[in-house]
Design a protein around this ligand. Structure first.
Ligand SMILES: Cc1ncc(COP(=O)(O)O)c(C=O)c1O
Length: 403
């Protein structure tokens, strides 16, 4: 088989060699526990965490003591949502309140919300604009505003969607939340390192993200918790050694944290050139697929406007072809995803595409292409060719079998 082509960068990314280089000393000679500051092994590790924290907080426009390291965006989302809910009930000595979120959120938000609903929290999921709209996938601000109630204590809206790349208008949402004194959380797992993000300027209270989406290591993430009257507005969900101001106990993943900081530095340095490169490659891919294959239809917002859609994301329907069969028929030459690979443990039709109003056939015929830092033009051209041949073969087979 010829070289494999990796186009699943919304699922995870290859660790950049420059990130590995930064991490290696903390896996070998500097192996101390950052909590053991009674000896130089520990203080070296603690200093590395301090430097990494300063880099990360500086790039996001927040204070160092507003960064909480976690194991990834799933944990960050759980800590943000369950932690803010617990803080609310304890602090206000109140019953469960009301949370507003969006139908197209990742399972790592929807599932903790479902858990809160079991404890009596009311959860409203706001719909998104349908596929026919030029704003396909974006939430309707008026609907969000209408969903807010006196007892709403939290709003959670992802910044960029992992399936269709749509970018939500967080600044407007933050304005609405601020004027009503409601906490705002965003799952920025797909956005950090891919678009400019100044959390303080935007006015977001809680921000989740993960190292492995931005060419950093897997198993490390961050929850940014902006302070309110000197306090993080969440209650811890893991208890133990009282690390990280008691907000998340557990020995720090020093190599992971160092790698995450380096990955963020690199993403920041290369942001504008990389965004235009990916935008051009993604448009070349879509143009080529449309030219070579009949019945190729775009899912999600229009291409070409970086304020609407992540540059490296493409999601398309191949009419009358089953997406899973299409992936298989490439013989593993192109790594793609049908829907969200992050929920691969439970293969169900994409709730994101359904929220756009797509019918079951359209959802089943859809594939996600995630382009990334290591994607080349020749890989894009090869992908177009491989898919064109595969679609032709599958369509010929289904016309023979009459399916
Ligand atoms: C938007 C979004 N949120 C959360 C996650 C979960 O992140 P992690 O794998 O770091 O737990 C992912 C991907 O897996 C994602 O795309």
């Amino acid at each position: 088989m010829s070289e494999r082509i990796y186009l699943d960068n919304q699922s995870t990314t290859r660790v950049d060699p420059r990130v590995i280089e930064a991490m290696l000393p903390y896996l070998s000679e500097h192996y101390g526990n950052a909590g053991s500051i009674t000896h130089p092994f520990g203080t070296e590790a603690a200093e590395a965490v301090e430097r990494a924290t300063a880099t990360i907080s500086g790039l996001l426009g927040v204070q160092a003591n507003e960064i909480v390291f976690t194991s990834g965006a799933t944990e960050s989302n759980n800590l943000a949502l369950l932690g803010a809910a617990a803080y609310h009930t304890r602090r206000r000595k109140k019953e469960a309140g009301h949370i507003v979120s969006v139908a197209t959120e990742h399972r790592a938000v929807l599932d903790p919300l479902a858990e809160l609903a079991k404890d009596g929290w009311k959860v409203t999921l706001v719909p998104v604009a349908g596929q026919a709209s030029p704003d396909a996938g974006r939430i309707d601000i008026a609907a969000l505003e209408a969903a807010l109630r006196d007892e709403t204590s939290l709003v959670s809206v992802m910044l960029a969607n992992n399936e269709i790349g749509v970018i939500q208008p967080l600044e407007q949402i933050a304005g609405l939340c601020k004027s009503r004194n409601i906490l705002l959380h965003t799952d920025a797992a797909q956005a950090v390192g891919k678009m400019p993000l100044d959390i303080k300027m935007l006015g977001i209270d809680l921000v989740s993200f993960s190292g492995h989406k931005l060419y950093g290591p897997r198993g490390v993430g961050v929850l940014v918790t902006r302070r309110q009257r000197g306090k993080a507005p969440i209650t811890a969900q893991l208890f133990g050694g009282r690390h990280q101001r008691g907000l998340r106990s557990g020995t720090l993943n020093v190599p992971g944290i160092v790698g995450l900081a380096r990955a963020m530095e690199l993403a920041n340095e290369e942001l504008s050139t990389e965004t235009s490169r990916l935008d051009r490659l993604r448009n070349r891919l879509f143009g080529g697929l449309q030219e070579q294959i009949e019945g190729v239809v775009l899912n999600g917002p229009p291409l070409g406007d970086p304020s609407m859609r992540l540059a490296g994301n493409l999601n398309v329907q191949f009419r009358y072809v089953d997406g899973e069969s299409l992936m298989l028929s490439t013989g593993g030459q192109v790594a793609l995803s049908a829907g969200s690979a992050c929920t691969a443990a439970e293969p169900a039709p994409s709730h994101v595409l359904k929220a756009l109003g797509l019918n079951d056939d359209a959802v089943r015929s859809s594939l996600r292409f995630g382009l990334g830092r290591f994607t080349t033009e020749s890989e894009i051209d090869a992908t177009i060719k491989i898919l064109a041949e595969s679609v032709k073969r599958l369509r010929a087979m289904s016309s023979m079998t009459g399916q």
